[in-house]
Design a protein. Structure first.
Length: 290
């Protein structure tokens, strides 16, 4: 009488989720992504920067940066998924091929989830560190010091308040810059800068720089126009980056899903009969149970 179909190994022998390979793949993916992003920052493939000249970047550079972000996601998540599939404990030889493949796929998806959380944590830590570094120090405040709400238009504030007269109190300079920045930020709204705020800036610039009223008005109008344009550019670049980041995350999940299957295929290929398949489909010759 023919042997009946044997079920896979019990769950207590081979658990459905093996977190060791998952974390190994996730750490590998996060490490590769960090290195590639550092390289991108070094060659200028970034849509934002602390330098004032980043606003001159073209739309093509923003798109190129987004495409690079997608390529990084494919490479890093693909590596992580492959490692997880390769390191995952082998299943019983009597297990069905599609079940083994599905488990490898799920482990690849878990690698994507854990690596995404690790990357988000690193980004939050970096943003927190950048905020602390950008904050004005106790005794070094001055015209070039960035304050809250000013980073995007810091250069415009510099030009607006530039003059021969110098304030004696550095703290007063910082407070003035913060106030001017908050007013200029309203230029991005539908109604723009209010008339009373514009008049206040004209008087403030005249007082700080010694310019005549007509010259102060021209400088204020130029600063308002530049601030509005720079804020619009920052919004466009942020939108492109957010869209590309979302696309990269989704494509990274797909890469981890299929790469884990490929890693599992190589893991189970002990006879050399397995064939490379970019879609992760199993082509391993199963040895039937006797």
């Amino acid at each position: 009488m023919a042997d009946t179909f044997e079920r896979p190994a019990p769950l207590f022998t081979v658990p459905y989720v093996q977190w060791g390979p998952v974390f190994a793949g996730a750490v590998s993916a996060a490490a590769l992504a960090t290195v590639l992003h550092a390289f991108a920052g070094a060659v200028g493939l970034a849509v934002s920067s602390t330098a004032p000249t980043w606003r001159d970047a073209s739309t093509g550079l923003w798109i190129l940066s987004g495409v690079y972000l997608i390529l990084v996601a494919l490479a890093s998540y693909g590596l992580g998924g492959y490692i997880a599939g390769l390191l995952r404990e082998r299943f019983a030889t009597t297990a069905r091929a599609h079940e083994i493949e599905l488990r490898d796929n799920i482990h690849g998806l878990l690698v994507w989830a854990v690596a995404t959380l690790i990357t988000a944590f690193l980004l939050l830590a970096a943003a927190s560190a950048s905020t602390r570094l950008a904050a004005p120090s106790g005794g070094g405040a001055g015209p070039a010091t960035s304050v809250a709400g000013e980073n995007i238009i810091a250069y415009d504030v510099d030009r607006l308040l530039r003059g021969d007269r110098r304030a004696a109190d550095a703290g007063d300079v910082t407070a003035t810059r913060a106030e001017v920045a908050r007013i200029l930020l309203t230029s991005s709204g539908h109604s723009g800068v209010a008339a009373e705020d514009r008049g206040y800036l004209v008087r403030l610039v005249g007082l700080r720089t010694g310019l005549t009223a007509p010259e102060a008005e021209r400088r204020v109008d130029t600063a308002i126009a530049n601030a509005k344009n720079n804020i619009a550019k920052a919004r466009r670049s942020t939108t492109i980056l957010a869209f590309m980041a979302g696309a990269a995350a989704l494509l990274g999940a797909v890469a981890a899903w299929f790469a884990a299957a490929i890693g599992g295929q190589h893991r189970d290929d002990t006879t050399g009969s397995g064939r490379w398949n970019v879609l992760g489909r199993r082509s391993i010759t199963q040895i039937p149970a006797e």
